[in-house]
Write a protein that binds this ligand. Structure first.
Ligand code: URA
Length: 436
């Protein structure tokens, strides 16, 4: 135990401010095991209640970055870009955006995570591609980016080890939902990744971590302040997660939808968000001067098939079969596919992202506990969106399941996620809001 930690916990408990040196000392002590879990947890809880000043949040982020290695991208002939989503349901944007931006001339190393709670994780999705390796050594990652401009990989354990340690402690001490703690956790990983331009997709709604736009806005401002404070061009986009993004929720189903979107098909909302985030990356990194120019370039790279070919290079470089990009029927498929239909007439008032995610989780698309295996083939394809008018018997969603019994359970959960209204309901898509 460290007696030195007690006055710092006490000060934060009383609403006082810590210096950068004190915050650095706390983190170093925790990682060096001179400060035990219970003292760190106590300080984290005090932060949850009392918050942090801007200076403290910056110091916390800096101390986290300094806990491990950082990537340097000097000598590249491309601008380095990065993107992060605060987590959602059906969010496969990175799989579309990364090859598209690489084709547009950026260097894009996207370090992603696994599913967290009800939210999906890009690594689990990519591992639906047989042989695809998400654990690359830093040197391998560097060489791949020099060669093909992009990589889609897991968070390297060498970068920001403090986040790994703190995150598992926060997860089990009810200290996750604090804006300065979330902001420093996310931004320490982005800063260590070394990109000069960072765009953050901050989600709000039932399927997100922040349920209201106000909470998302507060987090977005904190993220942007940290990025700009560290000299990176940073912008945040607020996007709605009331209903899933696109139609597919589940690993192979989402990869398939991402590939279709890259080839010019796919759902309109997924392409719209990809274009929105890509446009900010293009302008901030100097690859386009106006939003119109950025959109025209990105759309042309999609329509010419160039972005699909870049994805094939990426899949091949990371050990998968590149033919899967053009032929997604090569991805794993579930043996039972059932269409769940509306039993009455009406307008879709709710296609609740959280409820749909729970149904996918029940099928085995996500984890209930750390380390659980995920089933790449199962999931949900949403067929009815908020605002659609349905006749009785019209499809609400498809369930892709391992067995009839699993499909029954998922269908029951799905039915609770949808509600119909007797009058017209506006579509759920809210305009994007930009911070920074
Ligand atoms: N995502 C992160 O990376 N960190 C948090 O604290 C919350 C979400």
């Amino acid at each position: 135990m460290s007696a030195g930690a007690v006055p710092l916990i006490e000060r934060k408990k009383n609403g006082g401010e810590l210096t950068g040196e004190e915050i650095g000392g706390l983190l170093a002590g925790y990682l060096g095991k001179t400060i035990p879990d219970y003292q760190m947890a106590s300080w984290l809880m005090a932060v949850c209640w009392r918050g942090m000043t801007e200076g403290e949040t910056l110091a916390m982020t800096r101390a986290m970055v300094e806990s491990g290695a950082t990537l340097e991208w000097g000598g590249l002939d491309r601008p380095t870009v990065d993107k992060h989503s605060t987590g959602g349901v059906g969010d496969k944007t990175s799989i579309v955006l990364v090859p598209l931006m690489a084709e547009a001339g950026a260097a894009f190393v996207k370090m992603s995570g696994r599913g967290l709670g009800h939210t999906g994780g890009t690594l689990d999705k990519l591992e639906a591609i047989a042989g695809f390796r998400t654990a690359l050594e830093l040197d391998e990652m560097r060489a791949q980016v020099r060669r093909i401009g992009c990589a889609l990989v897991g968070q390297s354990p060498e970068l920001v080890p403090a986040d790994g340690a703190l995150y598992s402690l926060r997860d089990v001490t009810a200290t996750v939902d604090s804006v300065p703690l979330i902001a420093s956790s996310i931004m320490s990983k982005k800063l260590a990744g070394g990109a000069s331009t960072i765009v953050l997709d901050v989600k709000w709604g039932s399927g997100a971590f922040m349920t209201t736009p106000e909470a998302a806005r507060e987090l977005a401002r904190a993220l942007v302040r940290i990025g700009e404070g560290a000299g990176r061009r940073t912008r945040a986009v607020l996007s709605s997660m009331r209903e899933p993004l696109g139609r597919a929720v589940g690993n192979a189903l989402e990869v398939r939808e991402a590939f279709e979107t890259l080839a010019g098909g796919g759902p309109a909302d997924l392409w719209a968000l990809t274009l929105e985030l890509g446009t900010h990356l293009m302008i901030l990194s100097g690859l386009a001067s106006t939003a119109e120019e950025a959109e025209t370039k990105l759309t042309a790279l999609r329509d010419s098939g160039a972005a699909t070919r870049r994805m094939e290079l990426l899949v091949e470089a990371q050990g998968g079969d590149p033919r899967v990009v053009a032929r997604p029927e090569l991805l794993p498929a579930a043996p039972v596919v059932r269409t769940v239909v509306a039993d009455a007439e009406g307008w879709v008032a709710e296609a609740d992202a959280r409820g749909i995610a729970d149904a996918a989780l029940q099928l085995g698309a996500g984890r209930r506990q750390k380390g659980d295996p995920v089933d790449p083939a199962v999931g949900i394809v949403v067929r009815a969106r908020v605002g659609d008018r349905l006749a009785p018997g019209a499809p609400l969603a498809e369930v892709h399941a391992r067995s009839g019994a699993a499909a029954d359970a998922a269908e029951a959960r799905l039915r609770q996620a949808f509600s119909l209204a007797p009058e017209a309901v506006p579509a759920a898509g809210a305009p994007y809001e930009t911070v920074g």
